[in-house]
Ligand binder design. Structure first.
Ligand code: DQA
Length: 146
């Protein structure tokens, strides 16, 4: 084991599997976390998972990565589109962060096209469903994890 990645999910993502399956699919959050734990294990990296519906708790989780993690995989849910506080938290810790969305935020409602966190993330991955998380892990392993 030589690195650590934090997988963070924001509001309503605890409802995956139930929530609008036609948009977000039928995979539950715990299934995504188990899959990612397996992939991280194969890659030789530790994965810590966290989900909250609260902005402050998400900021605390991001801050907790300072000098403690090599990367963050973040699906911030709707906070993506308007939380300058989450953006500032990512910029503060200087931990490479990949932004992930299950759906293609660019082909939905206008308000979803804007991501205020995109400028402080190393990459945005969207519209790939669960595979997007695997792509995010690969991106961090390839370019950012020691
Ligand atoms: C989402 C897209 C967001 O617009 C939405 O608010 C979510 C989920 C996605 O994974 O596609 O909660 O981040």
């Amino acid at each position: 084991m030589y690195g650590k990645i934090m997988l963070i999910h924001g509001p309503n993502l605890n409802m995956l599997g139930i929530r609008q399956p036609e948009i977000y699919g039928t995979t539950t959050l715990s299934e995504i976390e188990s899959l990612m734990e397996k992939k991280a294990d194969e890659a030789g990296v530790l994965l810590e998972c966290f989900q909250s519906n609260s902005e402050g708790a998400l900021i605390d989780a991001i801050q907790s990565t300072y000098r403690r993690a090599d990367g963050i995989i973040l699906n911030a849910g709707a906070y993506t589109h308007y939380s300058y506080a989450i953006r500032d938290a990512i910029a503060s810790v200087m931990v490479p962060t990949v932004e992930v969305h299950l759906s293609d935020i660019h082909s939905r409602e206008d308000f979803r096209r804007i991501s205020v966190i995109e400028p402080v993330c190393v990459r945005q991955i969207c519209g790939m469903g669960v595979d997007g998380y695997i792509a995010a892990l690969e991106e961090l392993m390839r370019n950012h994890v020691r």
